[in-house]
Design a binder for this molecule. Sequence first.
Ligand SMILES: C[S@@+](CC[C@H](N)C(=O)[O-])C[C@H]1O[C@@H](n2cnc3c(N)ncnc32)[C@H](O)[C@@H]1O
Length: 259
Amino acid sequence: MAENDLYTAPDLYDLLSDGVPGDVAWFSSQAKAAKSVLELAAGTGRVTIPMARAGAKVTAIELRERMLDAAAEKLAREKPEVRKRVELLVGDMRGFELKKQFPLIVIPFRAFQHLHAVADQRACLECCREHLTRQGRLVIDLFDPNLRILGANLDVNGRAARLFGEKPLGKDGRIVAMSSRVSCPEEQRFEETIVYEKFDAQGNSQWRRAHKIQLRYFFRYEMEHLFELSGLEVVKLEGGFKGQPFQHGGEQLWTVKRA
Ligand SMILES: C[S@@+](CC[C@H](N)C(=O)[O-])C[C@H]1O[C@@H](n2cnc3c(N)ncnc32)[C@H](O)[C@@H]1O
């Protein structure tokens, strides 16, 4: 992993990665109903811990040890009954074998979009299929590629800059993050460089750090084909965590089961 990969910096990840509106409550209620859940690409436990608080047993797999260490630190501050419901495992969502099946598998916050190659996407979906009970559900959240945004403000090199986020820190000032994107439309992916800058209360810059992420985007019917190729059947496609219908440029919230 490159040293400037965003996931080497769980502190900065946590500062400005609030997920998709309503996702934590939605996954928590699904997990509560299922009682046992496998979460892939769990990161720093943003969704993991609330699902456990809701009463579910959670097995959480994450590729980067630093992200999982941050999850473990948060978990250590939870009540004993929550702590004992969570198992944190370093692992790769493209290949895992838990010798167990789950009524619910979740991949929140567009983490599946880190799988750039079709072989990796299929390996992950096939692995999920093997770990689903007969009636089990796999839930994957992706952003639907908004063609206007993907193509907006691009200069000749395909770059686009935007405000990524801002976090006030009270008397300690604030952190502002700007991102610039380099698109690679022929491969349906882009690389985003996020520059985090810390200002003191007087507005003086104290430090600046740059991190990168690369995301693949998926079109709706491409996902349908991928699911079918991987032995999965679509149960529903929603447009977000508030029951919205699917809309171009919104969320792709997929619920699928074994075909
Ligand atoms: C956008 S974050 C989502 C983290 C967490 N699920 C959340 O909602 O905050 C994506 C996560 O996917 C992880 N990841 C990327 N590729 C992975 C892989 N092949 N297997 C497991 N985790 C992976 C990254 O390390 C990162 O923690």
